[in-house]
Design a protein around this ligand. Structure first.
Ligand code: C2E
Ligand code: MG
Ligand code: MG
Ligand code: MG
Length: 285
C-alpha cells in the first residue's frame, strides 16, 4: 500500500508527467469542441488495381487545430477512443463518407469507386452500430455496395460472436469489409474463415521492407497466398516505390495504396478521373 502510494506520489510530482497529463487534458477538450467547430476533415487516398486504374479510396481523418495545423489521427484517435469522443467523431466520419459516396454515384466516371472507412473498436462494439451504418446509408443515398469498413485484427479476438453478427448483418445489406493492418495482430485463421471479409490489407510495415527483409517478404507472400485460399482480395498499403509495387504485383497482389500512387489529399485536390498510367510493362521471366 505504502509502496503504491509512494509510486503514485512520485508520478504526480514528476514534472514531465504533469505536463503530459495537462497536455492530454487540453487536447481532449479541444477534440470535444472540434466537432462543433468543424475542425475535422477527411482526406482521401486512392487505391489502384493491377493496371493502375483507380478503384476507390480510403478516407483518413484529419483534425485542424486553431493555428491551422493538421494533427495526425495516430495522435488523437487513441485519445478519442479513451474518452469516448470516438463515438460522435466516428459517426461524423461515416456520415461524411456516405455523403461523398452519394456524390460519386451521380457521375458515371466515379460511380464505381469504393470508399473505405476506418472503424474503431469502441465504435464497432456499440449495440446500435449496425443501425448507425444503415441510417447513414439511408440518409445520404449512398450505395452500400461501394462502402467498405476497415476493421483491425484486435476486433476479431474479443467477442467473436458480436463481430460475426454485426458483420453478417451489414454484409447482407451490401456493405464490404477489409481487415486493416493485417499481419500485425494475432488473429486466428479459423476466425478469418468465419467472418465475411472481402479484403485483406497487408500492413505497411511489411510493404516497407519487402525488398530488404526476408521475413517481411515471407509475411507478404503468406498474406497473398492466404487471400487466394480464402478468396479474398489483397491490397497492400504504404506502397512508396515502383520496386515495391513490382514485387507485390509479381507475387500476385491485387491492389495497392500508398504514396507511390497518391498521398492522402483533401477532396478538392483529389484526382480521380484520369486513370493512372503508372504501370509500365515489366520485363520479367
Ligand atoms: P490506416 O487505416 O492503416 O491508414 C494508413 C495510414 O498510412 C494513413 O496514416 C496513411 O496516411 C498512411 N500512408 C498511406 N500511404 C503511405 C505510404 O506510402 N507511406 C507511409 N509512410 N504512410 C502511408 P494516417 O492518415 O496518419 O492514419 C493513421 C491511422 O489512424 C490509420 O491507419 C487508422 O488506423 C487511423 N484512422 C484514420 N482515420 C480514421 C478514422 O476516420 N476513424 C478511425 N477510427 N481511425 C482512423
Ligand atoms: Mg485503414
Ligand atoms: Mg491500414
Ligand atoms: Mg496501418
Amino acid at each position: 500500500r505504502a509502496k503504491a502510494a509512494g509510486r503514485n506520489t512520485m508520478r504526480f510530482f514528476d514534472p514531465s508527467m504533469q505536463s503530459e497529463v495537462s497536455a492530454r487534458a487540453t487536447l481532449e477538450s479541444q477534440l470535444r469542441y472540434g466537432l462543433r467547430d468543424e475542425r475535422f476533415l477527411l482526406y482521401y487516398q486512392i487505391q489502384v488495381d493491377r493496371d493502375g486504374a483507380i478503384v476507390g479510396a480510403e478516407c483518413l481523418l484529419r483534425w485542424q487545430d486553431e493555428h491551422g495545423g493538421l494533427i495526425s489521427p495516430a495522435v488523437f484517435i487513441p485519445l478519442a477512443e479513451q474518452s469516448g469522443l470516438i463515438l460522435p467523431i466516428g459517426h461524423w466520419v461515416l456520415h461524411t463518407a456516405c455523403t461523398q459516396l452519394a456524390v460519386w454515384s451521380e457521375r458515371s466516371e466515379t460511380a464505381q469507386l469504393t470508399l473505405a472507412v476506418n472503424i474503431s473498436a469502441r465504435q464497432f462494439r456499440r449495440t446500435d452500430f449496425v443501425d448507425q451504418v444503415l441510417a447513414c446509408i439511408q440518409d445520404t443515398g449512398a450505395n452500400p455496395y461501394r462502402l467498405k469498413l476497415e476493421i483491425t485484427e484486435s476486433l476479431l479476438l474479443d467477442d467473436v460472436e458480436d463481430t460475426v453478427g454485426k458483420m453478417m448483418a451489414l454484409k447482407a445489406r451490401g456493405v464490404g469489409f477489409a481487415l486493416d493492418d493485417f499481419g500485425t495482430g494475432y488473429s486466428s485463421l479459423s476466425y478469418l474463415k468465419r467472418l465475411p471479409f472481402d479484403q485483406l490489407k497487408i500492413d505497411r510495415s511489411f510493404v516497407l521492407d519487402v525488398l530488404t527483409d526476408t521475413n517481411a517478404a515471407a509475411i507478404a507472400r503468406t498474406i497473398i497466398a492466404l487471400g487466394r485460399t480464402l478468396e479474398l482480395a489483397v491490397i497492400a498499403e504504404g506502397v512508396e516505390t515502383e520496386e515495391q509495387r513490382d514485387w507485390l504485383a509479381a507475387h500476385g497482389c491485387h491492389a495497392y495504396q500508398g504514396y507511390f500512387f497518391g498521398r492522402p489529399e483533401p477532396l478538392e485536390r483529389l484526382s480521380l478521373e484520369a486513370p493512372k498510367t503508372l504501370l509500365r510493362p515489366t520485363a520479367r521471366g
